[in-house]
Structures are given as C-alpha cells and as structure tokens.
Design a protein around this ligand. Structure first.
Ligand code: NAP
Length: 324
C-alpha cells in the first residue's frame, strides 16, 4: 500500500515502514501546498502528516481509499479529526514519547526568560561585556517560587515534577483534579484558573488547542497576573491572545514571557521581536533527535496497524465505518 509522508523524517522509522509499504516522502524543504497534498494522496492509503493542515476542504478532496492520517505530534489541532471520522478516516497522534523532552524545553525557556539567558548571550556576542559588575543583567529567582501549570496532563505533570527539584510550590488548573495519590506525589494543588494566575510567579501552559482553549490567556487573564510574573507557552500559539500579551509586556503588567509557539505561526506579532523580556523559539518543544525519531516510530506503528486492518494504538477519533 502507498504511504505519503508530508515532510522529511529520520530514516529509521521510514525504513520500518518501507519493509511493508511503498513510501513516498516529500523531497522538498517546504510543506506541500494543499493542492500538492491532495495530488500526492490521490492513490495513497495513508498519510504520515508532518505539520500539514488537513481541514474539511482537503478531506473532501481525498481519495476514498485513504484509511489513516497519522499525525506526527501529540497536538492534532492541524487536522479536523471529527470530520475525518465522518468520512471513515482514522486519525492518530504520538503521545508519551515527547512528554519529557517537551517538559525539558518548557523549563529551558522558563529559565532563559527568568535569568535573561538570551539577552546575556547577545550582550557578550556584541562585545559589551567589559568585566564583572555586580548589577549587570539581574534576573528573577526561580527556586522557591510558585509555578502555575495550566493543563495538568502528561506534559504539564512532567513540568510539575521538575519544579519539585527547584523547591517550588506547584499549583495547577485542569478540567478536573488528578487523582489524590498522584497529586500528593507531585505535591501539586488544584486551583481555579483565576487563583492560579493571581498567585503564580511562572504560568506555564500545557493545554491542547481547542475552541475552549483559544485565547484562554487573554487581556483579562494577563491582568490578573503579578507584575513580576512570567508567562511560558510551549503548548499552542492561539491559546494566548498575542496582541494582548504584547500590550501586557509593553505596559509592564507582567515581567516577561517565553514563547515556543505563536498565534499565527510562523508570523510573530510585530512588537514582540523588539522586546528584550521575551524569549522566542521556533516551535522546538519536542525537538531532540531522539524524540523526533521516536515520534516517527509511533506514527509508523499507527499506520502499520491501520493498514493491517487493526485499531492503531493512538486513535484519537471514532471513524463511522472501517474501510475495507
Ligand atoms: P494531555 O496529556 O492531553 O494534557 C492536556 C491536559 O489539558 C489534559 O489534562 C486536559 O484535560 C487538559 N485540558 C483540556 N482542556 C482544558 C481546559 N479548557 N482547561 C484546563 N485544562 C484543559 O496532552 P499533552 O501530551 O500533555 O500535550 C499538551 C499539548 O502540548 C498538546 O496538545 C500540544 O498542543 C502541546 N505540545 C507542544 C509541543 C511543542 O513542540 N511546543 C510539543 C508537544 C506538545 P482532559 O484530559 O480532561 O481533556
């Protein structure tokens, strides 16, 4: 059967797929346009979806043979999974394998914002470091402070576990509290979102992007945060109203931000680039060689199961009917 891979992936998972199927990989260094994607999928049985948007209009143009869209990523807001289900197409994601790596990176940008690492690096490169001075580029302490984690699922909890090493108080907000034993183990307290925003020194976002979480952090939410607090977003850009964030940063309503994702990726709201108290990264939360390779292996497992007529391990929708 034919599998189309919409962007280059490490060879190891692709070779596993090649043992059973014909694999066509987009050879360009750009994602395929919607028309190219539809053309490539005209005779395909599976799509290994690497960063492509697959909305209703594309799904309507897909060949009826296509059985599975295997997303390479845990967040699958780029795919209209419910509509795919109506058309009998399975959608899968790649949870778990990227949890720890993404939590590491959330901490990397949190620390970078608090301790002004990117600014400091530029300062030295620009030749401004002329010798130690006691008050050069002072930042904010991280240890012993309060972190508020919004979305306490796999990645949120991994971020919380790391906070214990910094002797921090951990608050979290989710749709519901996690089980008591886990809560005690992570020494985390469930609070409503407003309380979390008011009491945290660092607010770290780990919710999926859905209608309910779009602009969860808006002007009102930002106005509740402490003027000394930092916002960290390694979830999805539209969870934050980026214009409101820019205003909050410019008017010093909050102290700083660390962003791995953007509302209109790859665009960054004009103005953010000029602010020294924002750390910016190009959506690399899960970006280690090991993890990105493992995400490929998980996506490949999902495809092989689906093309063997089995239920893939990471099915996220409920297709109305199985394709023969
Ligand atoms: P997860 O285990 O599903 O955790 C998400 C948590 O958010 C769940 O506990 C979920 O609750 C909760 N939630 C959903 N809606 C909420 C709301 N309105 N308010 C509060 N909490 C809400 O997912 P994960 O594996 O931790 O991944 C989280 C997100 O991180 C992904 O969806 C993806 O967008 C993002 N991500 C980004 C990168 C990157 O490169 N920057 C890498 C990996 C992941 P329920 O389970 O009850 O729905």
């Amino acid at each position: 059967m034919k599998v189309y891979v919409s962007f280059w992936l490490p060879e190891a998972p692709l070779n596993v797929l090649r043992e059973k199927h014909t694999v066509v990989v987009n050879a360009s260094d750009q994602l395929p346009s919607p028309d190219e994607l539809v053309t490539q999928l005209a005779d395909a049985d599976a799509l290994l979806c690497v960063g492509s948007k697959v909305d209703k209009t594309i799904i309507d143009r897909l060949n009826p043979r296509l059985r599975i869209i295997a997303n390479w990523g845990v967040g699958y807001n780029n795919i209209d999974a419910d509509y795919a289900a109506q058309k009998g197409i399975m959608v899968t994601n790649t949870p778990d394998v990227l949890t720890e790596t993404t939590a590491d990176f959330s901490w990397a940008i949190l620390m970078a914002a608090a301790r002004r690492v990117a600014e400091a690096d530029k300062y030295v490169r620009d030749g401004k470091f002329k010798g130690f001075k006691p008050f050069t580029m002072l930042g904010a302490d991280v240890w012993g402070k309060t972190i508020g984690i919004v979305g306490f699922g796999r990645i949120g909890q991994a971020v919380g576990r790391r906070a214990l090493g910094f002797g921090m108080k951990v608050l979290y907000h989710d749709q519901k509290p996690i089980d008591r034993k886990k809560e005690q183990e992570l020494r985390a307290s469930f609070v409503d979102l407003d309380t979390l925003l008011r009491e945290s020194d660092f607010v770290s976002l780990h919710v999926p992007l859905m209608e309910e979480t779009k602009h969860l952090i808006n002007a009102r939410a930002l106005s509740l945060m402490k003027p000394t607090a930092f916002l960290v977003n390694a979830a999805r850009g539209p969870v934050v109203d980026e214009q409101a964030l820019l205003e909050a940063l410019k008017s010093k309503k909050i102290a700083g931000a660390a962003l791995d994702v953007f509302e209109k990726e790859p665009e960054v709201t004009p103005g953010l680039l000029e602010l020294p108290n924002v750390v910016l990264a190009p959506h690399i939360g899960s970006g280690s060689w090991e993890t990105r390779t493992n995400m490929g292996h998980v996506a490949v497992k999902n495809i092989i199961a689906a093309l063997d007529g089995k239920t893939p391990p990471n099915l996220v929708n409920r297709p109305v009917a199985r394709k023969p």
